[in-house]
Ligand binder design. Structure first.
Ligand code: SF4
Length: 452
């Protein structure tokens, strides 16, 4: 059997696409291995953040050089391959294939060619984004289900619209088909994925299906499957498992509608956690970022969410040191953090991405100031996270058991519907099951708990 090795950089969409490529490789008779034994080494790259891009460049050069020692096929895929195709080909001659985001339909063809020892010019394929049929990782009980791809928002700091293109939504029938397959494979939690899931829009026969309607459709569909399983317990298509939780990622504040809030509120199958990037608490910076919402609009959206879904936790992305950001602007960011109290945040400072409007903006914030501001934001978030966790001690919640605890093989690591991590005593064969747990104490960013 032929062997492949894959490395994935960057975002959840890349992880989902890597899972899909692995599914294709398995269908073509390949199996995963370490890099040393692999006949095919795949790098699924990301260009959204400088750090991910730099790491991928290092690996490309390293692997390209390693081809002098042993023979293998080296393929670079993902959005860095889309953005820097010719640079990769000229700077790393050991790379055999560079397959951009819009040439993924050529992936199966590329595998066939590699299997038969031939080479094909996949760059001749017509660029188009194609959703894969399956994103299931072998043995996994959590899975991504991409529902849309690309972005029309053009936030001034972001490269995504240039490398991932305009928004395309996936046929809802294909979404349901993949969910059925995942449930039959024992998956318990799915995450509907897209650069901006709130913009999901499927038009067919003059009727438009939006994201809240898609959520309701999925919940109803899973309910019908449940009812069918109860009526026909011997039906071989039904697994013992069930998809009990649905998450979605990422939401843009300007597109998160009241209809969506209601769809989530009315059905506990939707997890009580939403990732809602706010980026900056200053209206001037938000305007320069082209985010198209205000701090007041963001705060009132949070109020609506919390009123209709009281158990909801929120996480966010915060970008500090944007060009022109003043001391007053960063104070507004800190103020918004205090008001909303996010359970956690991805915090980073501005790094210009070539090709974006922000890269050409004047009034760059000096590096030292960016770092100081980021440190203030991180320190405040730590305080908020710690205080929210203390408030949770003593409460009980439903969890999905994900893994063995790193500390002890007699303990497991689980996640609550609110996206909090809990360690508690349970045997390993409970991994992939739901449980109810009381939160007893805090160890770092994790709770210690007991099953109730
Ligand atoms: S919404 Fe903005 S930050 Fe998010 S992918 Fe689109 S352009 Fe980038």
């Amino acid at each position: 059997m032929k062997k492949y090795h894959i490395e994935t950089y960057g975002c959840e969409m890349n992880k989902a696409e890597s899972a899909a490529m692995e599914a294709t490789l398995r269908e073509h008779g390949w199996e995963r291995s370490g890099e040393e034994e692999a006949q095919l080494v795949l790098l699924n790259t990301c260009t959204v953040r400088t750090t991910a891009e730099n790491r991928a460049w290092n690996r490309i050069h390293q692997l390209s050089a390693r081809k002098k020692e042993r023979a293998f096929v080296l393929a670079v895929v993902g959005c860095m391959a889309e953005q820097h195709k010719s640079a990769i080909q000229s700077r790393a001659p050991g790379v055999d294939y560079v397959l951009g985001t819009f040439q993924r339909q050529s992936f199966g063809l590329m595998i066939d060619m590699i299997s038969s020892g031939q080479k094909v010019d996949v760059l001749e394929e017509t660029p188009k984004y194609v959703f894969d049929a399956s994103h299931h990782e072998l043995g996994a009980f959590r899975s991504f289900v991409p529902i849309m791809h690309g972005c029309n928002n053009f936030c001034s700091f972001c490269i995504v619209p240039y490398v991932r293109g305009r928004e395309v939504s996936r046929n809802p029938e294909d979404v349901l088909r993949e969910i059925d397959q995942l449930e039959d494979l024992g998956v318990r939690e799915i995450t509907l994925l897209g650069q901006n899931v709130n913009s999901y829009r499927w038009e067919s026969d003059g009727r438009v299906l939006n994201f809240p309607e898609l959520l309701r459709m999925i919940a109803a569909h899973l309910g019908e499957r449940r009812a069918l399983a109860r009526e026909q317990p011997a039906n071989p298509r039904q697994s013992d498992g069930r998809i009990g939780w649905i998450r979605f990622l990422t939401s843009h504040p300007k597109d998160l509608s009241s209809e969506l809030v209601e769809a989530v509120a009315e059905n506990p199958i939707f997890c009580r956690h939403i990732h809602l990037p706010f980026q900056s608490g200053s209206n001037a910076v938000l305007a320069a970022m082209n985010r198209r919402y205000s701090r007041e609009g963001y705060i009132s959206l949070v109020e609506e969410l919390r009123e209709k879904i009281p158990q909801l936790t929120l996480s966010t992305d915060i970008l500090v040191g944007f060009p022109g950001e003043t001391e007053e602007d960063i104070e507004q960011t800190l103020d918004l953090m205090r008001r909303v109290r996010f359970s956690y945040a991805f915090m980073y400072h501005f790094n210009a991405r070539d090709g974006t409007p922000a890269a050409r903006m004047p009034n760059r914030t000096p590096d030292k100031v960016k770092k100081q501001r980021l440190a203030r934001v991180i320190a405040l978030q730590k305080e908020i996270t710690s205080s929210l966790m203390k408030e949770r001690v003593g409460q009980t919640d439903e969890v999905l058991i994900e893994d063995i605890s790193r500390r002890s093989s007699r303990e497991v690591l689980a996640r609550t519907t609110r996206d909090e991590m809990v360690v508690f005593a349970a045997p390993q064969n409970r991994i992939g099951q739901f449980a109810r747990v009381r939160l007893l104490s805090i160890a770092g960013n994790t709770f210690r708990g007991e099953e109730v």
